[in-house]
Design a protein around this ligand. Sequence first.
Ligand code: DOR
Length: 456
Amino acid sequence: METENILIRRARVIDPSRQLDRVGDVLIGGGQIIATGRVAVDRIPDGCTIIDGSGLVAAPGFIDLHCHLREPGFEYKETIAAGSKAGAKGGFTTLCCMPNTDPAIDNASVVEFIHQRAREGAVVRILPIGCVTKGRKGKELAEMEELASAGAVAFSDDGDPVYDSNIMKLALAYSADLGRPISNHCQEKSLSCNGVMAEGPVATHLGLDGIPAAAEETMIARDISLAEATGGRLHVAHLSTAGSVALLREAKERGLPVTSEVCPHHLTITDSWVFGNKGAPVDVAGGMAYDTTTKVYPPLRAQTDVDALVRGLADGVIDCVATDHAPHDVISKQVTYQDASFGISVLETALGSLLQLVHGRKLSMGAMVERLTSGPARVLGESYADLASMVPGTPADIVLFDPNAEWTVDPAEFESKGKNTPLAGTTLKGRVAATFASGQMVYQGPELRFGEPRPR
Ligand code: DOR
């Protein structure tokens, strides 16, 4: 498709695919990157739109390996079109959508349906993830080869673990041949039982059933062992505990090709947020409340876990950030904590949350961008490298963000149908000024400034 020429001038260009971090220009046209660096005036095409990038970061569009777009079956919670707009507003140009839909994405026709809906209404690239087991029931492997041929980029029964060890072993063995990872939601259900939040003092105060760290860690340990036995491609979804980071660290030190992801909420807020006062100290003698928007699986955990996850992300043990964007309808959260659905709407707050770590000097800006671009692209495999690159000739999937713009989270302004966020009313520092997908501007925020256009 023909797209206009756009020149972003004097931005901080961060392209982790070639360790580039320098102030410069980005010229795009025909849906591709034409040049980065200093674009001389006589190389600026006539009629080119000029964007003033000063004070902004220009990077490859973010890739989310884990989000729930709810189609088919749960369109009252989210649609591919609305979720894609939420992604664009959050700086994401590639969204991998999980198969806990109805019907589940367990055969080629559902993959084709996702592609069709994406062609009709999505503003960013949508890559479906296929089920590991038929109907996500955990009993019988899905037709993984059929799913891969239809375009499934990975396999997962997310929302549920692949519980049966032999099925997980077979799936990992196939994953090696198919060159696509198995993203497992690691949860030993005989340990998590009816738990609704992290096991610990907050759960005790609130009288809520706790989920022990071991529920996650025992299954990760099993999966690492199975990956070693089969040579399969294990990707561990949404790590939440310090022990999980230690398991991944040890596996990587032994050279196993296992990868993992962590979510913005597990990196920035703790189980004390379940009290509903956004992490501020609580007078537990003064009566108890809770906020169901904090209910998420895996659960928010203690500060020691948060610290270990941040360190693991910073030093590269954890390969990438994934949102686990889990939009829900209002009623699903306007119930008791026990009855509320698990999940947080994350796509539009992810960048602001992660920048807290950058501003707090716990994560470098370069590492943050890497974990949102090259990191997830590597998990998908070599053929996806171009989606995380600003090298001339690659698709012009770009995010432009202001790392210092302060804004207050108002879920009513979300593009996502899911307004369920514990961050409502909080202030974040940093947001997207514009997002380009294949050279088209698919989101324009208040921080975007145009320069003088060059006359035709
Ligand atoms: O909090 C969560 N919500 N965790 C999951 O694993 C599933 C997700 C959902 O689909 O709502």
